[in-house]
Design a protein around this ligand. Sequence first.
Ligand code: LLP
Length: 463
Amino acid sequence: MSRSAHPAGPRHADVLPEGHYTAPPTDLNALDSKVWAQTVTRTTDGVVSVGGIDVKKLAEEFGTPAYFIDEADFRARARAWRTAFGDDADVFYAGKAFLSRAVVRWLHEEGLNLDVCSGGELTTALSAGMPADRIAFHGNNKSTEEITEAISRGVGRIVLDSFQEIVRVAHIAESLGRRQRVQIRVTVGVEAHTHEFIATAHEDQKFGIGLADGQAAEAVRRALALDGLELIGIHSHIGSQIFDMAGFEVAARRVVKLLAEIRDEHGVELPEIDLGGGLGIAYTSEDDPSEPHEIAKALHEIVTRECESAKLRTPRISVEPGRAIVGPTAFTLYEVGTIKPLDGLRTYVSVDGGMSDNIRTALYDAEYTVSLVSRVSDAEPMLVRVVGKHCESGDIVVRDAFLPADLAPGDLIAVPATGAYCRSMASNYNHALRPPVVAVRDGEARVIVRRETEEDLLRLDVG
Ligand code: LLP
C-alpha cells in the first residue's frame, strides 16, 4: 500500500526511510477540507475549532482522547444522500460505522432509515425512536433471540444470509403469527479493490449466498415457498472503502439478472434491490471520493438500463452507506506525550490513546493524517509516527505523517476522518477507558456517548 517515497525533504532529507507518505505539505498549518469535517477551521489565534468551539476549550472541558463529531456536517451528509437518492429509493445508514441514540435521532429527523446487525444495535435504534419498519436487520449468524426480537418489534426487513436462516426466520415468524419481509443477501463474485478483510462479494468468505453456482436461485425458491416470509428483494454488499464504481455496476447487473431469472421461473418481479454500502471517503489528501449525487446517478442509470434490457419493472433501490456519512464528520483529539526521535528513521510521537480508540491502522494498514491543532507553528516538518500507549509495537495511530519539528508534550494533535469504525470498534485493551463522543454544533458541545470510567470497568468484573 506504499505510496511514493518522499523525494527530498527539509528535515532528515538524506535519511528519510521508505514509507506511506508523499512530500511534506507545503503548509503544515493548513487544514485540507477533504479530510476535515465541514465546520473545522483555524481561528485567528491559530487554534483549530469545530462547530465554533476551539479544541483547547474542548480538551479542557471533555478531556483527551476524545472524538468530536460535527453535527451539522453529519446532518448535511445524511441529507445529501437522502436528496441524491430521492423518493423512489431508500437510504439505510449502516449503524455499525457508529451508532448512538443522538445519531439515531439525527437520522430519523433527516429522513434516513437504519441498518443494524445485532440485538444491541437494534435496541439502541428502537430506544431512540427509530420506527421499526425503517430498520433493516443484518448479520451472518443472527441468534434466535435476535430474530425473535426483530420480528416481534416489527422490523421492516431481515436480510437473510444462509439456508439455515431462511428456515429459522420463516419458522419464528410463523410462530409469532407474522409474515416477515425479507431480502436474500447474495455474493455476486466481484473482487472489490479494497483490503481483504473488508471485501465481501468474492465467493470465498462468510457472507451471503453464492450467485454463480445457483445457490442464490435455490435460496429464492425456498424463501418463496415459505409462508412466514415475504421475499421483497435481493441484497448485495461488495465491500468497504471502495472508490471505483465498476464493482457496484457489475453487482447491479448480476442482481438484476437474478431478478429476471426469478421472474422467468416464478412469475414474480421482486420489487426491491439493495446495493449495500461501501463508498470510500478521504482519509488523506490523496483520496478522491465520489459525491452522493454522482453515486446515485450511476446506480440509478445502471439499474434502469439493465432492467429495460431484461424487460423488468425497475425495482426500488436501497443503499447502506455508513462510513460515507459519519466518517468525515469526526476527528479524534489527543494530547502529545513522549516524543522519541530515532535517528535516521522517524520521530515517535506518543499520544494518550491508541489502538483502543482506533484499531483501523493496526487491522487494515489504514492511512490517516494528523495535524497540530492547539497552535500554529512555522517550524520545519518532521516525519512522525503517531503511536498509542498500549503494550504493542503495532499500536500505531498514524503510520507516517509530518508534524512541526517544535512539537512538544502537552500539544494537542488531531486525527481527522475518525467518525466511522473507530468508536464503534474501540476496546478496553490494557483496561483503557473508551473515549467520549462529543457532538459540537453552533457553539455548543454536548456529550452523546460519555467517557468510560474505572467504575464501569469494575462493574463488569464481578469475580
Ligand atoms: N451494509 C452491509 C451489509 C455491510 O456489511 C456494511 C459494512 C455496510 C453496509 C456499510 O459499509 P460502509 O458504507 O460503512 O463502508 N471495520 C471496517 C469496515 C467493515 C464494514 C463492514 N460492513 C473498517 O473500519 O474499514
